[in-house]
Every structure is written in structure tokens, then in C-alpha cells.
Design a protein around this ligand. Structure first.
Ligand SMILES: Cc1cc2nc3c(=O)[nH]c(=O)nc-3n(C[C@H](O)[C@H](O)[C@H](O)COP(=O)(O)O)c2cc1C
Length: 252
């Protein structure tokens, strides 16, 4: 039997970020279910190299609001901070054998593995939340001041803040943002270096119409204009590489 439609597909295809929430905090049962969904995601080499911090302390939420410049973090039903974490596994190894060689945990490979673990766990949690009637937004803007996040949440060596996830019951219903024509990003067998600019123009018009007609914050914008504006700025977050090295990553 071929299934091209079901509740999970509907949830995935209806994804849109939600940034306005009802004043309803998530309860323990909801939070536990979300954590289960996050933890059941694939995890590199079954090493479960990530941690999740529930942020409920108003002072910590204020730090997040200051760093990200989004007040929404304080209004969400719940805020999860996702951490790439090789520290816990190092502690486990040292507990088993104080002479254990943990050099590998400082490698680029293990940094990537822990970031993959975070991203998959976060996306599973996000989709689970959406399937439960919630909405939310991923927040990479924590990178505006990584050091402040590391300080505020006592992040030890071999940990790094990767993403925030604000979840809650939606107080808005944004339109679904159209994605790029799949033939532009999906190739057969080898990378296709020829962009079909006609198809890109059509997509650009679609994005233009989406921005012009959406209810919240309509504006004059297209995909290519957005890329030009965003990607040609000089790099604004130069603190990330030194912070990664200070946290003990990228040693080999
Ligand atoms: C890694 C990552 C970081 C993001 N960081 C932010 C953020 O800091 N603030 C924000 O409002 N949205 C953030 N987003 C959400 C994107 O802006 C959003 O997913 C994108 O514009 C597509 O819109 P949609 O999710 O409504 O389809 C982030 C998304 C990802 C994947």
C-alpha cells in the first residue's frame, strides 16, 4: 500500500514558525512527551551527545531575550535550550576509568556528531509539538552572544549552545512559507551546477506574493533579494569559532 497522505505528513507540510503564543504554560505531561519524542530521534553512534535545558527562570529568560533580541522567549509556553554535549560522555568514561583516553571527544567529528544529535532531536520535538497543536520557532539568534549563554547556563567544557526552541499554543496563524522548487535543490546521482534561473524567477515571484499578501508584517521581499541582503553582510558573529575552541572543541 502506498501512503501519500497521513497526519504526520500533514503536520510536516503545514509547518510554519509561530512567534506569538497564548498565555498558557506547558504542563509536565506535555513537556515529558516532547522530551521523549526528542530523545527517540536518531543519535550518532548511539552516543546521545546532547542536553536540553528547560528555561523557566525569568532572569535566564531575560538573558535569552537580551541575546536574541526576541521578547517572545518570555511569552512562550516553554523554552528549551539545546546543547551539543560531549561533556557528559567524558564524565561517564572518566567515572569508569580515570585514565580513559578522551582525546576523541575534542575532535571535529564529535562536534559535528553532537550538533547532528541536537538538530535531529530538536526537529523531532518540534514536529511532536506541532502534532499536539502547538507552534514554535527555532532560535539561532542565541549565537549573537555565545559567551553570555555559556556563562548564564554554566555550560562546562565540551558543551556548546546550538539552538533554542520556543514552543507554545499559537496566538497567530501565519501563512505557510513556500519553499524553493524541488528540482532546483534535488539532483539525480551527481551535483547539478546549472541553476534553472527561469524556475528560480517563478519561485521568487511566489515568495514575493507570499510576503506581499501575508497578514502579519506584509512587505516587499523576494527570495533572491533576501539572499543578497543577508549573505553579503560582513560576518556579524565572529565570536563563535573562538568560543568553540575555548569550550574544548576542534582540537583535532
Ligand atoms: C537554525 C535556525 C535558526 C533560526 N533562528 C531563528 C531566530 O533566531 N529567530 C527567528 O525568528 N526565526 C529563526 N528561525 C526560523 C526561520 O526564520 C524560519 O524557519 C524560516 O524563515 C522559514 O519560515 P517557516 O519556519 O515559517 O517556514 C531559525 C531557523 C533555523 C532552522
Amino acid at each position: 500500500m502506498i501512503i501519500l497522505d497521513n497526519d504526520i505528513l500533514e503536520t510536516l507540510l503545514n509547518h510554519r514558525s509561530v512567534r506569538q503564543f497564548k498565555q498558557q504554560k506547558l504542563n509536565d505531561a506535555e513537556i515529558n512527551q516532547l522530551l521523549k519524542a526528542a530523545q527517540q530521534a536518531s543519535t550518532s553512534q548511539f552516543e546521545q551527545q546532547f542536553s536540553i535545558i528547560s528555561v523557566t527562570d525569568p532572569k535566564k529568560l531575560q538573558v535569552l531575550a537580551d541575546v536574541t533580541t526576541y521578547d517572545l522567549v518570555k511569552n512562550a509556553g516553554h523554552y528549551f535550550l539545546f546543547i551539543a554535549d560531549q561533556h557528559r560522555n567524558e564524565q561517564i568514561l572518566k567515572h569508569l576509568d580515570s585514565n580513559a583516553d578522551t582525546t576523541n571527544l575534542h575532535s571535529t567529528d564529535k562536534l559535528l556528531a553532537s550538533i547532528h544529535d541536537v538538530d535531529l532531536a530538536l526537529q523531532s520535538m518540534f514536529t511532536a509539538a506541532e502534532s499536539m497543536g502547538m507552534g514554535g520557532v527555532v532560535m539561532g539568534s542565541i549565537y549573537n552572544d555565545t559567551d553570555k549563554i555559556i556563562d548564564a547556563f554554566n555550560l562546562p567544557q565540551l558543551t556548546f549552545p546550538v539552538l533554542g526552541l520556543a514552543l507554545g499554543y499559537p496566538a497567530e496563524t501565519p501563512e505557510v512559507k513556500p519553499r524553493i522548487t524541488s528540482s532546483i535543490i534535488h539532483y539525480d546521482n551527481v551535483y547539478d551546477d546549472e541553476i534553472d534561473f527561469e524556475k528560480l524567477d517563478t519561485y521568487d515571484q511566489l515568495v514575493h506574493d507570499y510576503y506581499a499578501s501575508r497578514k502579519g508584517n506584509p512587505r516587499e521581499e523576494s527570495f533572491t533579494h533576501h539572499l543578497m541582503h543577508d549573505l553579503t553582510k560582513s560576518p556579524v558573529r565572529k565570536n563563535i569559532l573562538p568560543a568553540l575552541k575555548r569550550q574544548g572543541f576542534l582540537k583535532l
